[in-house]
Ligand binder design. Sequence first.
Ligand code: CAA
Length: 379
Amino acid sequence: MDFQLSDEQLALRDTARRFAEEEIKPVAAGFDQSGEFPRGLIEKAWHLGLMNLLVPEEYGGAGLGVMDACFIWEELAWGCGGVATSTMVNDLGLLPVLVGGSEGQKREWLGSLTRDFTLIAFCLSEPEAGSDVAGMQLSVEKDGDSYILNGTKCWITNGGEADCYTLFGSMDRASRHKGICSFVLQSDLPGITKGKKEDKLGQRASDTRVLHFDNVRVPASQRLGEEGEGFRIAMQTLDFSRPGIAAMATGIAQRALDESTAYAKDRKAFGNPIGDYQAIQFLLADMAKDIEAARLLTFQSGWMIDQGANASKYSSIAKCFATDACMKITTDAVQVHGGNGYTKEYPVEKLMRDAKLMQIYEGTNQIQRVVIARQLLNQ
Ligand code: CAA
């Protein structure tokens, strides 16, 4: 086992760290307050090669493995969770094409993401089917050489900004997961309407929308995999993307520790810097040990995916552990800052708000525990 990063991995991490420090950090609070989508910043990340990380080189991408991509996602989230989510979601959106697409579909859709600045969103959740993917209602009807889509998707990250979508719908609701199909489609097709942007607690720079599909016609050539294969494609996509959420949670948590350590050296109480007191030292030490554990679990799950192993359980363990740790660490960071931490003068209240979403999206942490427990009991 070798924990030494290669020169290439160090260079990747440095590029992302510099972008987070110099480009994201200075504007993060502004985008948080305005809730505006940071399109210019995301486009800069695209030009620097910090997006579409999992696209293989033959389609113009960086061809990174999940583990290497995690180095980048952690650093971007150190700068801002909302901005990092907006960039990382392109990899989530393109994964169904990578997992279930034909050679021609990969060439066309993955190639277009790397040729021009293009956003792609992953459309899975519905108002009545968030955790219960197999219960989705969006209907898919075959009509000659096309499919007709009717229904609603919700909580779609980059939904209002994306140029294309990967989307899941049901051909037969009674068959639950066996009836689900997956598609890749342009976002401006007739019949698609975008709902209002959600006014969220945290990660406010990211664009989260309801999308309505009213008799949307999609050519059969844009179906990913076979009819009924959509559920497997969605699950494999989530297995591959959850280490990315763990990585971003680690980045947010690391930022909370960095801010808290600096504050503990600077802020005085009872005549001494508060870092001189065990009450604060123990909080900082607990943050540091949970961050190290989260980072190792993240890299392990990414590494397993890169080795072609079934990483479902490990992706869920990493996502669940890192995001729960992130919530605790950012809450403790506010505690270290005392009253100051509860104001927008300091960055830690934003970190705490941004952290909350990590425990909810890409499968709530209750669902992660379901995945882990099922694998334990079915072994
Ligand atoms: N890989 C491949 N196949 C899988 C699989 C996996 N990881 N997980 C399950 N399957 C297969 C099963 O083997 C089973 O196959 P058979 O037909 O051969 O029996 C089939 O799929 C059905 O599996 P389950 O019985 O386990 O299905 P279920 O209905 O009980 O649901 C679940 C399982 C884990 C709860 C799933 O619904 C789930 O993951 N829910 C959470 C959804 C989620 O994460 N949503 C996030 C949305 S995206 C987002 O949040 C992004 C964002 O904004 C940034």
